[in-house]
Design a binder for this molecule. Structure first.
Ligand code: XIL
Length: 357
């Protein structure tokens, strides 16, 4: 527990244990995405991170633009802050994300346009440096993030044909880039857990069903070629405007697990629709209800690691990202702690789900 912090902002907690401790008693690891700068400048934030999670993932500090903003200049100070915190609080850190189309500095996009050899050498150099630096502490990396194209009916459908998202990586290395990245990671660290991370595959919409099909096809292809792949991460940025039904999601998780893969929930949060009621209690009840249904399904289908994308509504990307903000200046309430770090019904729903795991 961080010393010297004012506990006044936290309401009297009904129980001292955080979600991480509760989950652990039931064989589940609960973690959360963390921002290194806030650990240092917001004592309440630090206190929440000392109390709740049993695992961390950097929300920004392990993305390409953070780690190698200029070619050959590696910046690990922010990530190191998180690694030190993780060590001090016995919270293992997972890595996010090595190959992604976002948070990619312009110099990488330019280099990827210079041909296959150049692309391979840029990727190889990044993996060399980053995996060597994090080797003793990060044992699970999102090697490729968001490889699947959004089908028609999604928020941002892809117009180019194909199951894979049209990205600088795909254009530089072709559809084999996912396998290439996995093999390069395995060569550099044979016992690292290699994870593919994807969003938009949890809900009961035609677009999500198609995205599940595409992801399963990618994974089947990779495994049929003996590509090194250990786990699939389901981001789970859920939206109350979309229906959720356990059957199709459980079947999808079952299919992944039958292929011998671990499945993690990596970025859970719950977005309300513009029709969300004004009343806070009513809004929180809807969010909690969705968290219950989703987690009961995931845990029932064998998921043993659940991370939320942040802990508090105060700093959630749902609040800071204008594209997902609610109208009328209302903020989303999609994480277990509210903006004053109080536990919400979503927290209770998560604790109940872990206890029932
Ligand atoms: C978001 C972070 O929360 C923001 O702070 C950042 O500016 C952009 O990225 N899927 C992912 C995450 O895999 O990396 C994204 O995180 C949210 C969507």
């Amino acid at each position: 527990m961080a010393a010297g912090l004012t506990p006044g902002v936290l309401r009297a907690q009904p129980e001292a244990s955080g979600l991480g401790a509760i989950a652990r008693q039931h064989g589940v690891t609960f973690g959360a995405a963390v921002q290194d700068s806030l650990l240092q400048k917001d004592a309440d934030y630090a206190r929440a991170f000392a109390t709740e999670p049993a695992m961390l993932v950097p929300e920004w500090a392990a993305k390409w633009a953070a780690l190698q903003p200029e070619e050959g200049r590696f910046e690990t100070a922010a990530l190191d802050t998180i690694l030190r915190w993780g060590q001090a609080h016995a919270q293992p850190v997972r890595g996010h994300a090595l190959v992604w189309h976002n948070s990619l500095p312009d110099w990488v996009v330019a280099a990827l346009g210079e041909g296959r050899e150049r692309a391979l050498s840029v990727l190889g150099a990044h993996l060399d440096h980053v995996l060597a630096h994090t080797r003793t502490q990060i044992r699970d990396w999102d090697v490729v993030n968001e490889p699947i194209a959004n089908p028609p009916g999604s928020d941002e459908p892809q117009t180019a044909p194909g199951d894979l998202r049209d990205t600088p990586w795909l254009r530089a290395l072709g559809p084999g880039y996912v396998e290439t990245a996995l093999r390069m990671a395995r060569e550099r660290d044979p016992t690292l857990r290699l994870t593919l991370n994807e969003y938009g595959v949890a809900e009961d919409t035609p677009a999500a069903a198609e995205k599940r099909r595409r992801l399963l096809a990618l994974v089947r292809g990779l495994l049929s070629r003996n590509a090194p792949l250990d786990a699939v991460g389901i981001q789970a940025h859920l939206q109350l405007a979309n229906p959720f039904r356990p059957e199709p999601f459980a079947a999808f998780l079952g299919a992944l697990r039958e292929m011998g893969l671990a499945v993690l929930i990596t970025e859970l949060d719950i977005r309300e629709s513009w029709q969300a009621p004004q009343d806070l209690a009513a809004r929180d009840a809807l969010v909690a209800e969705r968290a219950s249904a989703f987690l009961a399904c995931a845990l029932g289908a064998g998921v043993r690691t659940v991370l939320t994308w942040g802990l508090t509504d105060k700093y959630s990307w749902l609040a800071t990202e204008p594209a997902v903000a609610l109208p009328g200046g209302r903020a989303h309430r999609g994480l277990p702690l509210d903006a004053a770090f109080r536990r919400k019904p979503m927290w209770d729903a998560m604790a109940r789900a872990f206890r029932g795991a």
